[in-house]
Design a protein around this ligand. Structure first.
Ligand code: HEC
Length: 131
């Protein structure tokens, strides 16, 4: 191997390492909040959907999930700090739907299905536009 090709190989290695460092920094800098907030809401919506599906709608548990959804939805604006007004309006509609759901205080599966419908619609309409 001559000196020139050895140098090229070395150069390739250095560029590769630099590229990896940059990629890792970019990943590390990615704001974890949007993912975290959405994952938590997904968890509680999933639990409510499961309750309806299995016909086991315990009033206290339902209420707990709804309250957690409601409080987590209050973090959407903070999780997406550069969001435009229309995005925030979507988040506002979700908060309204959740407030209605909490106030309706569903105690059985039929009532739960009814109040979570507008909530799910609010998730969906924002996802269709922004996800
Ligand atoms: C105001 C807009 C908006 C609303 C309302 C909204 N979402 Fe999201 N959601 C997003 C965006 C934007 C993403 C993509 C986030 C990303 O990629 O970082 C997302 C992603 C997700 C994800 C995937 C998370 C991930 O990073 O893997 C889940 C799960 C989720 N949302 C659940 C929900 C649920 C459940 C609701 C309703 C209770 C909801 N979202 C309401 C905007 C919204």
């Amino acid at each position: 191997m001559n000196a020139r090709s050895a140098l090229l190989i070395l150069l390739g290695l250095v560029i590769g390492i630099l590229g990896t460092v940059f990629a890792m920094k970019a990943l590390g800098n990615r704001n974890p909040m949007p993912h975290a907030v959405m994952t938590v809401m997904g968890h509680h919506m999933g639990a409510l959907g499961q309750a309806v599906k299995s016909g086991q709608c315990d009033a206290a548990q339902i209420n707990d999930h709804l309250l957690r959804l409601q409080s987590t939805s209050g973090d959407i604006a903070a999780a997406f700090p550069s969001a435009e007004q229309d995005f925030l309006d979507h988040a506002g509609r979700l908060r309204n739907a959740l407030q209605d759901a909490v106030q309706a205080h569903p105690t059985d599966c039929a009532a739960l299905a009814k109040v979570t419908k507008p909530v799910g619609d609010s998730c969906k309409s924002c996802h269709q536009q922004y996800r």
